[in-house]
Design a binder for this molecule. Sequence first.
Ligand code: NAP
Length: 306
Amino acid sequence: MNDDEAAVVSDGPGRALPGLPAPPPPGASALPPGTYDGTVVLVTGGGTGLGKAIATEFARLGADLVIASRKEERLKAARDELAALGGRVTAVPCDIRDPDRVAEVFEAAQETYGLPDILVNNAAANFPVPAEDMSSNAWRSVVDITLTGTFFMTREFGRRHLAAGTPGSVINVGASYAWTGGPGFAHSAAAKAGVKSLVETLSVEWGPYGIQVNGLVPGLMPHEDMTADIRGNLDRARNKAARQPALRAGAPRELGWAATFLASPYARFITGHTLVVDGANWQRRGLVSPEVVTVREQMGLGRFEG
Ligand code: NAP
């Protein structure tokens, strides 16, 4: 991300506003050391970006990790990085759209460590495109990965825990356009609305069995693994920090800390909730609405010719 301008927002001459304070440094944690000793955590998309940041915080607190996604090379590199934090890490290649492969991930986890206690549904797919340009394949692919894949993972987790009579915790990583809609992201916004709905439905269905289901929504959290499409979208806006009420972007570890809290013993009465970690950016409104700019124009696309 090329953010070449410093964010300077003031409420008067010579009075720059600080925005929200910076987070503690990497390696810090609000939870006691060893909170996740003996706990197995399965993170989809745990080899890159925010999934890796979440996996990192669980590893630092003693968890055994299973990371799953399609690309074996990236998974292996992440496995070695995460293992350097001291815990045990297993990487299992899997396309979450395929329920048989999903079952295999759980089999592999169970053979190695036991049934995962915590499932973090972080894997998703996304790229910006005006709805009128969106191919059927693009729609299907994003909805299949983000919504259907999340459901297949969660169903497998729930079935195994219900059969075993054991408690568990699911965290679905979402997006704030599940509430607001997401111009330029019709496929992903619709899928994330479904993912948020699963949190609300399954927390009620499975609460009696001891299974918590929560959502976790990141805000602007740039990271080195962002796809070219998403990075390009971000690069269209200059001075990104000044566009956030926090006057800064979030650090991926701030999402990791929230995930480790939500799945911890200290959050046992929190379920069916979606926690937004975005510095209040999704609530932002002005006294006066900004002028409307079409998605096509924002993306530098010409007129739609059909
Ligand atoms: P990312 O870098 O694009 O990572 C997506 C991950 O999902 C990759 O590890 C990918 O691995 C995996 N994946 C994709 N398709 C898969 C499939 N069919 N089966 C299994 N794994 C698959 O995304 P991110 O930026 O870290 O975002 C993580 C989560 O946060 C996502 O749910 C995203 O929607 C949400 N989010 C992010 C932001 C942000 O600022 N970054 C903002 C709002 C919400 P493979 O390619 O190896 O399969």
